[in-house]
Design a protein around this ligand. Structure first.
Ligand SMILES: NC(=O)c1ccc[n+]([C@@H]2O[C@H](COP(=O)([O-])OP(=O)(O)OC[C@H]3O[C@@H](n4cnc5c(N)ncnc54)[C@H](OP(=O)(O)O)[C@@H]3O)[C@@H](O)[C@H]2O)c1
Length: 386
């Protein structure tokens, strides 16, 4: 299937005339019909060149992540004038990373590919024409498809954006996708004012936890829906301690007690749906007249059904959001991305935005981390520490 933003793998004409014995490892981007397309390029080196070894989690075919992902030694290409050499510090395992390996995500790298789309790295060396970065800077990818599960990489200056390095490592490693998604969805769809309400499912997800905290910092109520579990009370307490106004079980959405809840806060202007199926339909039922439901994930793998009455009598708006598209749409003028990251870092520095609950796992234990990341009810993000 051809996809408009498919990540294509190109062999470098300059470097790859040499032997192809070793593997990938330079990432670059190019403009394709006005859209920025990430490209994972194959580079390799003949023995004796100044190639440096690093370790990377590669997949050579799509399939079950714990079966197709392998830790391999790979060579780094020499640095160009506009490149930076970075040491990866930490990188999470997100649902989209798993789906990319399974071959079911909207964008897929050509194979072999390094897994991981998010993470934080430290700049070790800069090329002579690099202007925006210096040694020691922390950087995160600007776009999906960079392949962050590796120890080092040579990257184009333009592929990364710097980040304040006085924030916790786990916050930096998990900043580029979920908090950015939460930030945009709370900013771009409804004019939310202090005192307004937002309802969301998958409230304990990485996105959900960021929604709770960013909304709380803006004085916005959140009604947080999670699946029932034996530790529901502990989870509810944790989400409330982050700033969640209400935490309820999926089943409660259909019960009369919702009327009681709406005596304490207004009906939501915005619903954020990361699940789909019945859960999304139930969120819709509670929206205000004219409110919006934004779908950003489909964890239940079920389509969204919109009741006719919600369209006719409530005129709800049914929208979607993909942070990768937002980043690509704003790549030519980096100011919006920069402003968002600065605001998110400021919230982190103020203690108003913390990383999701994380389990740190050494790169060598990647199989355990991949397996755990695919289990339900884990409530902790697996983060690879390089
Ligand atoms: N559109 C975008 O730009 C964008 C950006 C970021 C993330 N996403 C998507 O958002 C979703 C969440 O990502 P994340 O990194 O925040 O996830 P995460 O931290 O790994 O959490 C996964 C969440 O999904 C819930 N879940 C899993 N299976 C479910 C099911 N069958 N029914 C209901 N809930 C289920 C989990 O609840 P339990 O604890 O009950 O298992 C948990 O709340 C993913 O689909 C991801 O691809 C989209």
């Amino acid at each position: 299937m051809w996809l408009p933003f498919r990540i294509v793998c190109l062999r470098s004409q300059t470097v790859c005339r040499r032997s192809f014995a070793a593997a990938l490892l330079k990432c670059s981007r190019h403009k394709d019909n006005g859209n920025v397309t990430a490209n994972v390029s194959l580079f390799s080196h003949s023995a004796g060149l100044a190639a440096q070894p690093c370790k990377a989690l590669l997949f050579r075919k799509h399939g079950n992540p714990s079966q197709v992902v392998q830790l391999e030694g790979v060579d780094l290409p020499p640095m160009g004038a506009k490149d930076v050499l970075v040491k990866m510090l930490a990188a999470p395992i997100n649902s989209s990373d798993i789906n990319m390996i399974q071959g079911t995500y909207a964008i897929l790298p050509d194979l072999p590919a390094v897994g991981g789309n998010e993470g934080v790295a430290q700049v070790i060396e800069v090329g002579c024409q690099v202007k925006s970065l210096k040694t020691g800077d922390w950087v995160i990818p600007k776009d999906a498809g960079l392949g962050t599960w590796r120890t080092e990489a040579v990257l184009a200056e333009d592929d990364v954006i710097s980040l304040s390095n006085d924030i916790p490592l786990l916050s930096a490693a998990t900043l580029g996708v979920n908090p950015c998604t939460a930030f945009r969805m709370l900013s771009d769809f409804e004019d939310l004012k202090p005192g307004d309400s937002v309802i969301q499912n998958a409230a304990n997800s990485g996105v959900g936890q960021a929604v709770i905290q960013i909304a709380a910092a803006r004085g916005i109520n959140t009604i947080n829906v999670v699946r029932d579990r034996p530790e529901f009370t502990q989870l509810s307490d944790r989400l409330k301690a982050m700033g969640g106004t209400h935490v309820i079980k999926e089943e409660a959405l259909r019960r009369p007690e919702m009327k009681e809840l709406f005596k304490t806060c207004p009906k939501p202007k915005l619903a954020l749906n990361g699940v789909g199926g019945k859960s999304a339909t139930e969120l819709l039922r509670h929206l205000q007249f004219g409110g919006s439901m934004v779908t950003y994930g489909g964890m239940a793998k079920q389509p969204v059904t919109v009741p006719v009455s919600a369209l006719i009598f409530k005129d709800v708006k049914v929208r979607g959001f993909w942070v990768t598209q937002w980043k690509r749409d704003h790549s030519s003028d980096g100011r919006a991305f920069r402003a968002m990251l600065d605001e998110l870092c400021h919230l982190i520095q103020q203690g108003k935005l913390t990383a999701p609950v994380c389990t740190e796992v050494g790169l060598r234990d990647y199989n355990k981390a991949l397996d755990t990341a695919m289990q339900p009810f884990t409530s902790a993000k697996q983060v690879l520490i390089m």
